[in-house]
Structures are given as structure tokens and as C-alpha cells.
Ligand binder design. Structure first.
Ligand code: COA
Length: 147
């Protein structure tokens, strides 16, 4: 199985909603996903034939980028695709001249925190009780990396 990279288009919105709702405990709405096609955003996605396996959504402002969303369909997790998507994001950032990368992640999201740390992100701060959670709220971990 050799997944291929292809950027997302508005025609992929239905497939994005399916992956988003399966992958995330707190998924983005369809409207929020549709905003990913606005001017300040860019995307990348991994496909196997016509199946969307995972994607990322990022924004860009001056020479900075924030990774807004990255997810892999649960059936495809744990096979290196999240790491490949993140590396694809770095490649696109370099091509766009973006050198300071940011993200925010739930403090309980151990898989994502491990992925980001192993890719070179470092914690730069916390927003206390930022995200709604089952037991009230949980912290956002802010991470940054210089490319
Ligand atoms: C985070 C996510 C994108 C990782 O994708 P993936 O394809 O499963 O990850 P990979 O197989 O490429 O693994 C990359 C690294 O992530 C970490 N990781 C992945 N799954 C993990 C788990 N269950 N527990 C701990 N670390 C894990 C490891 O550091 C791993 O590196 P290693 O294999 O060398 O140990 C995926 O778990 C996901 O879609 N989660 C739901 C959505 C989400 O939380 N997104 C991030 C916040 S927006």
C-alpha cells in the first residue's frame, strides 16, 4: 500500500467530515472545515486510491504558520502516516518561506504530544482550562518550532 499526497479541495469536504468525526473526540464542524479553503490556509492529505486516510490544515501569516488540525483515520493510525503528514507540512512550510511554526494541543493528547515532540516542537506555554472536556475543561499546550 503506497499512500499518495494530494492537497484538499472543497470537493473533498464530505470525505474530510468522515475522517474528522472518526479521528477526533472533539471534531471540527463541517463549516469550520470548509473555512480551511480560505486564502490564509493551506492543506495536505494522504490518499489511498480514492480513500482519504488523513490530512492537515494550517494557516500562514508573514513567516509564521500554525498547524490548526492534523488527523489520521483511526483504521490507519499507528502506521507512520501522521508523521509523514507532519513532514509534508514542514516541506510545504519551507517552500512557502515559513520559518516559525506554532500549534496548540490538548494536554491529554499523548499521541499528538509525542509526535510533535519527536518532530522537534517544544512547549512554549499553557492556556489553563482552554478546551471544553468531559470533566469540565483541560489545558492547551502551546508548542513552537523554528524550521
Ligand atoms: C496524532 C495522530 C495524527 C498521529 O497519527 P498516526 O498516524 O497514528 O501516528 P504515527 O503512526 O505516524 O506515529 C507517529 C508518532 O506519534 C506518536 N504516537 C502515535 N500514536 C501514539 C499512541 N497511541 N500513544 C503514544 N504516542 C503515539 C509516537 O511518537 C509515534 O512515533 P513512533 O511510532 O516513532 O513511536 C493520530 O493519532 C490522530 O489522528 N489522532 C486524532 C486527532 C488528533 O488528536 N490530532 C492532533 C490534534 S489536532
Amino acid at each position: 500500500m503506497q499512500p499518495e499526497f494530494r492537497s484538499l479541495t472543497p470537493a473533498d469536504l464530505d470525505a474530510m467530515v468522515v475522517v474528522e468525526q472518526a479521528a477526533h473526540a472533539h471534531p471540527w464542524s463541517r463549516n469550520l472545515l470548509a473555512d480551511a479553503f480560505g486564502e490564509r490556509y493551506f492543506t495536505g492529505a494522504l490518499w489511498h486510491k480514492n480513500e482519504l486516510l488523513g490530512y492537515f490544515i494550517a494557516d500562514r501569516v508573514l513567516d509564521e504558520s500554525t498547524l490548526m488540525n492534523i488527523c489520521v483515520s483511526p483504521a490507519w493510525q499507528g502506521r507512520g502516516l501522521g508523521r509523514r503528514l507532519l513532514e509534508h507540512y514542514f516541506t510545504q512550510c519551507r517552500a512557502l518561506g515559513l520559518s516559525l511554526l506554532w500549534l496548540e494541543v490538548r494536554a491529554s493528547n499523548r499521541a499528538a504530544l509525542a509526535l510533535y515532540a519527536s518532530a522537534g516542537y517544544q512547549e512554549s506555554g499553557r492556556r489553563r482550562n482552554y478546551y471544553p472536556a468531559l470533566n469540565g475543561a483541560e489545558d492547551a499546550v502551546l508548542m513552537q518550532m523554528a524550521l
